[in-house]
Design a binder for this molecule. Sequence first.
Ligand code: SF4
Length: 229
Amino acid sequence: MSEAAITPALRRKAARIHALLLKEYGAPRWTRLDGVSEMVATILSQNTNDGNRDLAYTRLRARFNTWEDVRDAKTDDVIEAIRPAGLANQKGPRIQQALKRITEERGALNIDFLAALPVAEARAWLTSINGIGPKTAAIVLLFCYDRPAFPVDTHVHRVTGRLGLRPENLSADDTHTLMEALCPPGAEGPFHLNLIRHGREVCAARRPMCEACGLRALCDFAVGRTADS
Ligand code: SF4
């Protein structure tokens, strides 16, 4: 989606939706991890739910004292520790490769240098690591370094599509850039988290509860449904 297509009206709509979600759910809080820990946790969260991710992360931290230990461990031991997250045979080697790459490039397991880079540069560096896509990069940049990145998961992608904040055929990867442009400055964390909550509790994939939804007057999907009935 080109910058030209991001109209003032669309920005106003995004701001209104953010305000309504804040009114409905309040301002969410989150636990701040260091960048390397968040990166590992986010790799673990790929294609699984929060409970399985948390269990795998806790087991990994209990099994190894430091990220250096995870990096240098036998891959089978890492895979065994993270088994509850699913796809452990992929995620284990990915985590170790990412930790090795950071060490090779930075001399230590620390990615705090990202806080000082322009967002596009920081994102490009993170996504050059195998296994780190736009969502993981945005989560690390936003939640560890307060950078204006907007993570797009399956809930954010679905809800923004129904609301008409993005074109129907816009990919999740491209929706990151769009939402960064549309989001009221500084609201990326709360807006992202409240869209996820709304997607889980109200705007579910199979049966969105439009009648009970406080966003319906602004929602292209709900307006279309009403027009059809
Ligand atoms: S009105 Fe329906 S489709 Fe639109 S955001 Fe609410 S639940 Fe989702």
